[in-house]
Design a protein around this ligand. Structure first.
Ligand code: AP5
Length: 208
């Protein structure tokens, strides 16, 4: 099995959904910068206070706040690691390369209109970070997390205008990583459209 996996793909492409399944079924440690930052915002830590305005606008949090945080989390992780949402800029990718080798950069490819439909109808769990979709992946009881029973919420950055800005930011800052990892021979692109389970079957084949 690949030991260090970077999940690439635009907002809403299914990085969290597939990353969580890899973690549950294959035992990977999943490190999600988005989940970490949202927790920091909820707890009003120094990082959270600095990150909030960028996240609310759909912009990237500055590299210097993210790189140090991720270096520490990666150093603490034991076993296979999935990086969900990091790196997101070439500067972050270079910093990661100084710490470890990436075995696989898995890129989920989904078109913009589908991404907007997914994100504007997403619901998230503030407690265990599980994600649902009102139509494609609804919780068993409306508004309640299947996994931990917490009340689900809509992320502030899942409003349509902010989603469109996140897509623009993705194209400008994160898409260059497709060529970055392509050049290193570690990139695999999977079409991220279809059922979550069918996509996961393809993901598993690439990872194993
Ligand atoms: P982050 O939380 O990482 O957001 P993102 O990359 O925009 O990704 P999402 O979580 O929105 O989507 P996803 O690809 O995980 O899709 P999901 O599985 O949830 O980052 C948030 C913010 O934090 C950033 O904007 C930035 O400000 C900051 N940040 C984070 N990392 C940073 C970094 N490294 N540097 C700087 N700033 C950083 O699925 C989406 C929806 O679709 C769900 O409803 C799901 O149920 C549904 N779905 C999934 N798969 C399918 C399918 N196959 N068919 C139908 N529906 C599906």
């Amino acid at each position: 099995m690949k030991s260090t996996i970077v999940l690439l793909g635009p907002p809403g492409s299914g990085k969290g959904t597939q990353g969580e399944k890899l973690s549950e079924e294959l035992g990977y440690v999943r490190l999600s910068t988005g989940d970490m930052l949202r927790e920091a915002v909820r707890n009003q830590t120094e990082l959270g206070k600095k990150a909030k305005e960028f996240m609310d606008a759909g912009a990237l949090v500055p590299n210097d706040l993210i790189i140090g945080l991720m270096k520490e989390k990666i150093a603490q992780a034991k076993g296979g690691v999935i990086l969900d949402g990091f790196p997101r800029t070439v500067e972050q990718a270079d910093a990661l390369a100084e710490q470890l080798d990436v075995d696989l950069a898995l890129n989920l490819d989904v078109d913009d209109e589908e991404l907007i439909t997914r994100l504007t109808k997403r619901r998230s769990c503030p407690q265990c970070n599980a994600v649902y979709h009102l139509v494609y992946n609804a919780p068993k009881t409306e508004g309640v997390c299947d996994k931990c029973g917490s009340a689900l919420y809509q992320r502030d950055d899942d409003k349509e205008e902010t989603v469109r800005n996140r897509l623009k930011v993705y194209r400008e800052n994160t898409m260059p990583l497709i060529d970055y990892y392509g050049g290193k021979g570690t990139l695999v692109t999977i079409k991220g459209v279809g059922s979550i389970d069918d996509i996961f079957a393809q993901v598993k084949k690439v990872v194993e």
